[in-house]
Design a protein around this ligand. Sequence first.
Ligand code: KG4
Ligand code: ZN
Length: 349
Amino acid sequence: MALRSGDLGAAKALKLFQGPILAIESSCDETSCAIVSGRQVLSNVVSSQAELHRKWGGVVPEAAARAHVQAIVPVIDQALSDARLELSQIEGVAATNRPGLIGALSVGLTAAKAIAFERRLPFIGIHHLEGHMCAVLAQSEPVSFPFVGLIVSGGHTELVEVASFGDYSLLGQTLDDAAGEAFDKGARSLGLGYPGGLAVQVAASTGDSGRYHLPRGLRGETANFSFSGLKTAVARLVEAEGDRLSVPDAAASLQEAIVSVLVDRALLAATSHGCGNLALVGGVAANLALRERLAAGCHREGLRLLLPPIDLCTDNAAMIGLAASVRLARGERDGWDLDAYANAPLPGR
Ligand code: KG4
Ligand code: ZN
């Protein structure tokens, strides 16, 4: 099938809000504020709560909301100071308002509203996954439409066709655990701590990925994923091997099981939809093995790969600012009554 590579000048044609936007992300356990102008990230401050939640082995919503309350003002101050701007120079304001932990989202959303209300600035709420998708605007390749986006985070694993930002069609998704969850749960079984993705990547770097065979979930030509069998298989492996277990080999085998499925399904989705562009976004897109394997696969298949810089893959406010840059430029605005939502589909499905 002929691949549609889209209009290579699309990035130039894509209208972006000119003038600095202050963006806030607080949907889970990172308090982040960024200043973005057009597609330029002027600052991006991320305060992680990982240390706080480590003792519980996962995010405790009430504790997350309280930690956001403590961090939000210093993080905003730092973002302005890093961008060498005063609050009075900001021309637009955005915050993640969905999906996420309600208490956590409300902190960032309320701070953003207060800033925008005081000066009657254009204000918009952003879908967290659209933020992840718009992180591709920060990489050097021109963004051309349509593209297939693989969103891989702690809570989501979705393949989406992107006709343009804001116009998403779901091609497939996980039927159970997300890819990030598979890394995190596997890491916990292997005693690698929380959050697990980076810890698995580090342990895997000295391991043999062929040592233990772990399940690949769904078979056949599908755009869906299933990772829940993997966590059970890793737990069983740990039990069966006992002291003989090689943690680096198990970590490498776990990473291989996740990466191979993600790469195969993403390439299949792009080629079967005749789409010449593929984007990899979300926290798991920080994984080096996944980035390398997908880059090699895209090269082989003649696809262009859109890959955000690593620090814009895990949760951050710069990606929210980039999404706001697209939407504010279209004249979109939200009212002061905008609410936070735990669950919400990507817009335009
Ligand atoms: O997008 P994200 O920061 O937060 C959510 O929206 O969920 O994604 C977090 C997920 C976690 O599951 C974390 O373990 C995973 O991304 N992650 C990684 C790596 N860095 C973060 N997984 C594999 N390799 C990494 N280097
Ligand atoms: Zn995320």
